[in-house]
Design a binder for this molecule. Structure first.
Ligand SMILES: Cc1cc2nc3c(=O)[nH]c(=O)nc-3n(C[C@H](O)[C@H](O)[C@H](O)COP(=O)(O)OP(=O)(O)OC[C@H]3O[C@@H](n4cnc5c(N)ncnc54)[C@H](O)[C@@H]3O)c2cc1C
Length: 513
């Protein structure tokens, strides 16, 4: 395995849960015979961040044997409040997780995120969940990890993937301590510095970081009105800069890092104070930091999302500045796109090209997110040119269509996958419409396809083991029938059984005999 092994990280003796491994079974260490190399798991996921945990949950809905390997022995402790945007909230609702998550976050208006331009979202945004949920990242990670364990996935902490080798039957994964595990597929959800991506040799082209920014959460020593007035004044000339209340007296503080602290060292409260004084003339009496971080604006996209039996998702496949709060959302949405396709491959009903549609659909989405973050970073520049563009865009955002376009981008509800010619709804996600049993998303908890039939004439026939059927002439749709994929995207629209059967085959493989 030498050719696919990175320099070992310190071996961890702190594995929280042990699982059965080649090494546990006497005589099954290398050299392995073909029989020995039979996969013990269907999928090994490297990384139990938001992407890895979501993917594991999606796979478990289809009874796939999943092992999640996480290099850290304990969940992250530093608190960073992230925003879950509309599409991610919808996906959580589709799997019955939203209520659980909502209790731990704060709902905020959906608008004001594009380059921090303060414009409210259009009132009639096309979603039943038209808000942003601010939630600490460790909390969302803990909820997702608990959920995958409830669904039956194995999570082993203190296990870093250090090498792997794939053959035509599966992947042998090697941990930092030399232990070997075997699975049919490996998915690298191991973050921006992904070991899996590096070992695969997949290119990660893009731009190096040019601007460093300090970001943290802390308490302040002056009244909110005073802060708001000062922030508005400073915003005339300085970006990125903000102090935003997050409730309970906590403020999110963002200031340029230029000139303070050593990049190799974590930032200090004094660094924040110094930058605030330089830019705003006051440090607002900031104190009691919850967490302090420093991030750059490196922007990179993996050239490929799949090489044989090894795939990439989340930050392992794309990185970009956090402006607009899209990274976690993008990774979670990758996982929803990939989960059912990989499960179909493992269950044996996937049409030949289904797994490749993961890259075909998600790579362009990531390209678009990278581009919008590039644009937003330009709009934060204090140079006169970008400032003029920012003023112009601020004016343009008074036009409903412009504002709507940008917000649909950031919230990911504007995504339309290319499924070929057809009505505008084809390839888009369907909102949580009312149906006779209540809400559409309530019918999607099991991660299966769904035919929603207003004509009451059609059938899913031999696909009923993969696709549910709901006849409902009252459904709030202006087309006769829609076929939904497990990720909630519209795969077909029509009223003809033969045409439907062709599309059921396209997405869900051959009918059961
Ligand atoms: C300041 C800041 C603010 C942000 N705000 C937002 C926001 O508001 N909204 C938003 O959507 N996004 C936001 N993001 C981005 C978001 O945090 C990331 O996009 C998200 O964490 C990516 O999730 P992931 O699961 O793909 O990767 P990660 O969260 O990086 O998780 C990867 C996991 O893999 C593990 N791992 C690494 N190597 C190995 C290995 N070899 N073997 C096993 N495990 C391994 C790591 O320990 C980690 O747990 C922000 C980022 C920053 C820096």
């Amino acid at each position: 395995m030498d050719s696919l092994r990175l320099p070992a990280e310190p071996p961890s003796n702190d594995t929280v849960e042990r699982d059965f491994t080649v090494g546990d079974v006497p005589g099954l260490r290398s050299p392995a015979s073909d029989a020995d190399r039979a996969p013990m798991f269907d999928v090994i996921i490297a990384g139990c961040g938001p992407t890895g945990a979501t993917l594991a949950a999606e796979l478990r809905l289809h009874d796939v044997r999943v092992l999640v390997l996480e290099k850290e022995t304990a969940p992250k402790s530093f608190v960073r409040i992230v925003g879950l945007h509309v599409r991610s909230l919808e996906l959580m609702a589709m799997r019955g997780l939203l209520e659980r998550i909502l209790q731990h976050g704060r709902q905020r208006p959906a608008g004001g995120f594009f380059a921090a331009i303060n414009k409210p979202a259009p009132k009639d945004l096309d979603s039943a969940h038209a808000y942003l949920l601010g939630i600490p990242q460790p909390v969302i990670e803990r909820l997702l990890e608990e959920h995958v364990i409830e669904l039956g996935a194995r999570v082993r902490r203190g296990c870093a993937v250090a090498g792997f080798e794939q053959d035509d039957k599966g992947v042998t994964v090697e941990l930092a301590d030399g232990e070997q595990l075997r699975s049919r597929y490996l998915v690298g959800c191991d973050g921006g510095r992904s070991t899996v991506r590096k070992l695969l040799g997949v290119g990660f082209p893009g731009e190096l970081s040019r601007t460093e920014t300090l970001m943290g959460e802390m308490e302040v020593g002056v009244p909110q009105e005073e802060i708001a007035a000062k922030v508005a004044e400073v915003h005339e000339t300085h970006r990125p800069f903000w102090l935003r209340p997050f409730g309970e007296g906590i403020y999110s503080v963002v200031v340029p890092a230029a000139g303070v602290s050593d990049r190799a060292e974590p930032p200090t409260l004094e660094d924040f104070k110094q930058q605030l004084r330089t830019i705003a003339g006051t440090d607002f009496g900031v104190h009691s930091p919850r967490w302090l971080s420093r991030f750059g604006d490196a922007t990179r996209l993996a050239e490929r999302y799949r090489v044989g039996r090894v795939l990439l998702a989340g930050d392992a496949a794309h990185i970009h500045p956090p402006i607009g709060g899209q990274g976690l959302n993008l990774g979670v949405q990758d996982a929803f796109n990939l989960g059912w396709k990989l499960a179909a491959q493992i269950r044996g009903w996937a049409p030949e090209t289904l797994l490749d549609t993961y890259q075909a659909e998600r790579h362009p989405v990531a390209e678009d997110v990278l581009d919008n973050t590039r644009a937003q970073m330009e709009l934060l520049s204090t140079e006169p040119g970008p400032q003029a563009v920012r003023r112009l865009l601020t004016e343009l955002m008074d036009l409903d269509e412009v504002n709507r376009h940008l917000i649909e981008k950031i919230t990911a509800i504007g995504i339309r996958y290319d499924f070929g010619e057809g009505p505008d709804l084809l390839g888009r996600r369907l909102r949580d419409i009312d149906v006779k049993q209540g809400h559409l998303y309530g019918l999607l908890h099991r991660g299966r396809g769904l035919l929603l039939d207003r004509t009451e004439r059609l059938t899913v026939g031999g696909w009923s083991d993969r696709v549910d059927y709901l006849a409902d002439p009252t459904a709030a749709l202006d087309v006769p029938c829609v076929l939904l994929r497990p990720d909630g995207h519209v795969a077909w629209i029509g009223d003809d059984q033969q045409d439907l059967d062709a599309h059921l085959s396209r997405w869900f493989g051959k009918p059961a005999t």
